[in-house]
Design a protein. Structure first.
Length: 478
């Protein structure tokens, strides 16, 4: 009678012997071979499966006339029965943006249950440990039907069949024994798991496909950013002079409208946004007033308007560091380049009068190293700060012998901004700019020593040239 029951069981359930046996097909795509080894390791060590050797799989496929790229459910179910395997796994791997990988994994069950498929994503710097963990969590769901947990509690110890219990405790297979563990063990495990969770918190291999793509195309890793919009700027020029009657008058104007365009370009980020070379780029920032004039009063109460041009330009090489792999990760950019700033008055309208304008033109040329920081405070909002040192090697006509002569000229150009993302491709930036350039005259210019009528004493020791402005630009990101 026992023999009859045994035979009936064999015919009624042909895959019973393979309930803990799996067959993994030869993977396709880039990175598939390494992933195959990790899947086999996880199935054997964490889930207790016996994995059929690749030689046996190949022989069985030949017997059934199956190709390596076979993807149909019915033939692979036959393959599982041929190998007495409860489940057949097929892997299709591919590389996506930034060196990250995508793997589509299909599970075909030999007992004709519904086929299950899942996809995992892992970054270019993903460790083998993190990929193993992701596979374990996924197999918990697709093989054992467990729900996904969001915490690292030690609840796994309550179920003898859970694979992690077997891995975490080599000598203890009883849930009651786990419950009776010492308090020291109970205190250590949550701490270790919490520390591990923190270690992986910002790694790109923890991201879903949508999060990964958002990270690769986020504002802090944009390969190209172009900004354009209106600006405003005010200038104040003052001199540090002795208490004499003929003091330099200086200059001040209210904010005047202008236009601004700025470009950041990281050419190597177009290919791989996560590589070290992706941070190397170029920058350009140009701002120019649209309507400005210096108004000079005449003796008869009239005013002569002198057309005036005012502009600023910075062009630089830069290197961007992004601290983390999230769209909300902060970044710091080192910049070094060349800058100009000019304020030039058209004096032609004065040629028909006896009037003169006692205000020098400036045309700065300078080396401008600096830093740019971007600090997201929300997924769509970031605060920015920028500071450049201005090492001026030419200030224009203000340094001629007829004006104030030679001087040591240094300054700083800074900016605070708020960057608001409008989708993935657009942003709105509001910026407040401040720059100051200081002079220390040596005393060999006519207007620095002769204002009091005595050319043997220096009347003007220095000057301060200040600019305050702002802009509201629309940005296109790629």
């Amino acid at each position: 009678m026992a023999l009859v029951v045994f035979v009936m069981m064999c015919f009624a359930s042909p895959s019973w012997a393979g309930d803990k046996t799996a067959a993994v097909l030869r993977p396709s795509g880039e990175g598939g071979a390494d992933l195959q080894d990790q899947i086999i390791s996880v199935l054997e060590k964490d889930f207790g499966y016996k994995v059929v050797s690749s030689r046996q799989v190949a022989a069985a496929m030949d017997d059934l006339g199956l190709d390596d790229d076979e993807d149909s459910e019915r033939p692979l179910q036959k393959l599982g029965n041929e190998l007495s395997a409860a489940v057949v796994l097929r892997i299709d791997a591919s590389r996506i943006d930034g060196g990250a990988h995508k793997a589509d994994i299909k599970l075909i069950f030999a007992d004709k249950r519904k086929t299950r498929s899942f996809t995992i994503f892992f970054g270019a710097r993903a460790s083998g440990t993190s990929i193993d963990r992701k596979l374990r969590e996924t197999f918990d769901v697709v093989l054992l039907g467990k729900k996904v947990k969001n915490s690292d509690d030690g609840d796994d110890d309550d179920d003898d069949d859970k694979p992690r219990k077997h891995k975490n405790s080599d000598d203890d297979d009883n849930a009651d024994d786990d419950d009776s563990a010492s308090d020291d063990d109970g205190d250590e495990r949550p701490k270790k798991k919490k520390k591990k969770k923190k270690k992986h918190q910002d790694e790109d291999e923890e991201l879903s496909e949508e999060q990964l793509r958002d990270m690769l195309h986020s504002a802090n890793r944009a390969a190209l950013r172009v900004e354009i919009g209106p600006s405003m700027i005010a200038r104040n020029l003052s001199f540090n002079s002795n208490p004499i009657d003929n003091k330099p008058p200086g200059y001040s104007n209210s904010p005047v409208p202008g236009a601004r365009i700025a470009v950041e370009f990281y050419p190597l980020a177009l290919k791989n946004r996560l590589g070290a070379a992706a941070g190397l780029g170029l920058g350009l920032d140009y701002d120019r007033t649209l309507s400005l004039s210096v108004r000079l009063p005449t003796a008869d109460g009239m005013v002569i308007a002198l057309p005036t041009s005012q502009s600023r330009l910075f062009a630089d090489l830069r290197y961007r560091f992004v601290f983390g792999n999230r769209a909300t990760s902060p970044s710091l950019t080192l910049i070094a380049g060349y800058g100009t700033r000019d304020f030039t008055v058209d004096r032609i309208p004065l040629s028909s009068t006896n009037m003169i304008l006692d205000m020098p033109d400036v045309s700065y040329q300078m080396f401008a190293p600096g830093l740019v920081g971007r600090f997201p405070v929300a997924p769509t909002v970031a605060l920015g700060v920028q500071a450049r040192g201005l090492l001026v090697f030419d200030a224009g006509s203000i340094q001629t012998a007829q004006e104030y002569g030679q001087a040591t000229v240094t300054g700083v150009d800074s900016s605070l901004n708020v960057d608001v993302l409008l989708g993935k491709r657009f942003a709105l930036k509001a910026a407040l700019d401040f720059a100051i350039i200081g002079y220390s005259f040596t005393g060999n210019g006519a207007k620095a020593v002769g204002r009091d009528g005595d050319s043997t004493t220096k009347d003007v020791g220095g000057a301060s040239d200040r600019y305050i402005g702002g802009s509201l630009t629309m940005a296109l990101l790629f």
